[in-house]
Design a protein around this ligand. Structure first.
Ligand SMILES: CC(C)(COP(=O)(O)OP(=O)(O)OC[C@H]1O[C@@H](n2cnc3c(N)ncnc32)[C@H](O)[C@@H]1OP(=O)(O)O)[C@@H](O)C(=O)NCCC(=O)NCCS
Length: 187
């Protein structure tokens, strides 16, 4: 089942002020069982038996492949050199390959102690709707929790709020509003 294929990422959105910001905090993560050990909807063995390989470092990542995945879901293609630099400054990432191709990706930047912000959550449209996005997010959040990070934030387009909410994300908790200053630059 395919839910959506947005033409733009948050960064490229015509009206980023309309995009909400979601927050997940330690208490919500624990309530969902997303803790250091992680309680995953799909086990590593399940994923592996379906031919999905998990990766948590930059080793052997094919940037052309990753860019192709971004483009498939409507995200902008980024210059490989800049993309590599961004990934080198990314503290936590998780990507999935099947038969050698990147088919899902998510990453989080931050201070690696207190706070993290999640970016670039994507699943190849051919593999959407089978629980892969959730499997990636659960693991990314467990990896962040394992580092002791208790405050996790992301920007979500309105049409994906329903994906993030069951993972513990809350829009504008306690009236806290996200503020953003975006400048258009070449990717
Ligand atoms: C959003 C995205 C990552 C979801 O990945 P996915 O693999 O299709 O999602 P899953 O199959 O893991 O879905 C997990 C759950 O979320 C729900 N869900 C998925 N997408 C949803 C959406 N857009 N709205 C509401 N619920 C959604 C599913 O029904 C499923 O519910 P269940 O656990 O009750 O069965 C994927 O659709 C995608 O890459 N979209 C394009 C890029 C994008 O918009 N990324 C987000 C940037 S903010």
């Amino acid at each position: 089942m395919e839910f959506h294929r947005r033409p733009r990422s948050f960064a490229g959105s015509k009206n980023p002020r309309k995009s909400p910001c979601c927050f997940a905090q330690a208490a919500q993560l624990e309530a969902l069982g997303i803790t250091e050990t992680g309680k995953f909807s799909m086990s590593d063995d399940d994923l592996s038996s379906r031919g999905f390989q998990l990766h948590r470092s930059l080793d052997n990542i094919n940037l052309d492949d990753l860019n192709a995945l971004f483009v498939k879901v409507g995200f902008p293609r980024r210059q490989n050199e800049k993309l590599l630099r961004a990934l080198e400054h990314t503290g936590t990432m998780l990507w999935v390959t099947k038969a050698g191709s990147v088919i899902a990706f998510a990453r989080a930047t931050g201070d690696d102690v207190f706070n993290a912000i999640i970016w670039d959550v994507v699943v190849d449209p051919a593999f959407q709707g089978i629980g892969l996005g959730k499997a990636v997010m659960e693991r990314l959040m467990a990896d962040l929790t394992r580092k002791g990070i208790t405050n996790i934030v992301l920007y979500a387009e309105p049409n994906v709020l329903g994906f993030y909410k069951p993972l513990g994300f809350v829009v504008d908790p306690d009236g806290i509003r996200a503020m953003s200053l975006s400048r258009r630059r070449r990717a």
